[in-house]
Design a binder for this molecule. Structure first.
Ligand SMILES: [Zn+2]
Length: 325
């Protein structure tokens, strides 16, 4: 008998992860490929479909048979019922783009499209740090800041699936301009791009100007890992940048605690590794701003699934498709 499984695909700005995930959440097979996010709207979708098709072929060859369902996680606000992506960071061409319809036409099967941070939240509740928890706030601190809310054991979709954009709560009304059109969003501080902005500001550099060698990677891009290494060495600039990011992260988390009274705040993404350098200022703000009775019921923990979070969550979303209640 072949095993029941779902295909889960997680699209980032640079890479795509695509996996066969068992009905109990085990990753049976994982493939990687480029996102080609700067291409035309249809070409980006065709690339996703090609990687899914490749995964389905590999799975068939390995005797897994066909998936029970297919889930695709992409960044940005989207209508989870129609599968229309409203706006996607990294994919400039997706504005009101009917991704689900396009993928279903290309693959010839039903596809569930979910926001990547929402998918991650589902994954962490299924097989990660929030296993068995019913009230969870998930934050993904990566290039930007994503959010996913689980309330009473259910992912909060809002009217059409766009709820939970936690990276775009205002933490400083006079803060820097955000890509979303607002000012002083959490994302402007507690993300890789936010940290880069904080470093540029402290060094008096204009946005995009060359950065010191210690904080760029081999490709010449700003490196949070490099900044963390500097903080570990006691570098003042790095410690200050993380302290500022932690301060604003704490302000946001205090509000999330007061609004949702969660059991857990789960923090994932590439910047989460630097939490030790943000924790002090973060916790001071949480203590000062959240009700003690609420904050004392919540733990702030690191995500457990790492890079698998998105694919596991996309598979879960596919196996439990959203229904309007
Ligand atoms: Zn914003």
């Amino acid at each position: 008998m072949t095993r029941a499984w779902a295909a889960g695909l997680d699209m980032g700005g640079t890479n795509i992860r695509c996996a066969a995930v068992s009905a109990s959440g085990d990753v049976l097979l994982m493939e990687h490929g480029p996102s080609h996010a700067s291409r035309q709207a249809a070409a980006v979708a065709e690339n996703i479909a090609a990687q899914l098709t490749h995964l389905l072929d590999t799975a068939r060859r390995r005797g897994l048979g066909s998936p029970r369902a297919i889930g695709v996680a992409v960044p940005g606000p989207l209508n989870v019922y129609s599968g229309t992506v409203m706006q996607a960071p990294h994919v400039g061409a997706w504005r009101g783009y009917s991704l689900r319809r396009k993928l279903e036409a290309l693959i010839g099967r039903m596809v569930v499209v979910e926001n990547d941070a929402n998918a991650w939240a589902l994954g962490e509740c299924w097989r990660g740090a929030a296993r068995g928890r019913r009230d969870v706030v998930l934050l993904t601190l990566g290039t930007g800041v994503g959010g996913g809310l689980i309330v009473g054991g259910k992912l909060v979709h809002g009217r059409s699936g766009m709820a939970g954009e936690l990276g775009h709560v205002t933490v400083d009304p006079d803060g820097p301009r955000c890509d979303c059109g607002s000012n002083g969003c959490l994302e402007s501080y507690a993300s890789a791009s936010g940290l880069r902005g904080l470093v540029e500001q402290r060094l008096g550099l204009s946005p995009g100007a060359p950065l010191p060698a210690q904080i760029i990677d081999s490709g010449g891009n700003f490196s949070v890992r490099g900044l963390s290494a500097q903080a570990r060495r006691g570098d003042k600039l790095a410690l200050e940048a993380f302290a500022t990011a932690g301060y604003y992260l704490g302000i946001a988390i205090a509000s999330f605690l007061n609004i949702f009274n969660p059991e857990l705040v789960v923090i994932g993404g590439g910047v989460a590794g630097a939490i030790p350098y943000m924790r002090k200022t973060m916790m001071t703000q949480v203590r000062e701003r959240a009700f003690t009775a609420i904050a004392s019921q919540a733990k702030i923990v690191r995500a457990a699934l790492g890079p698998r979070g998105g694919v596991v969550g996309a598979a879960y979303a596919a196996l439990h498709p959203p229904t309007r209640s």
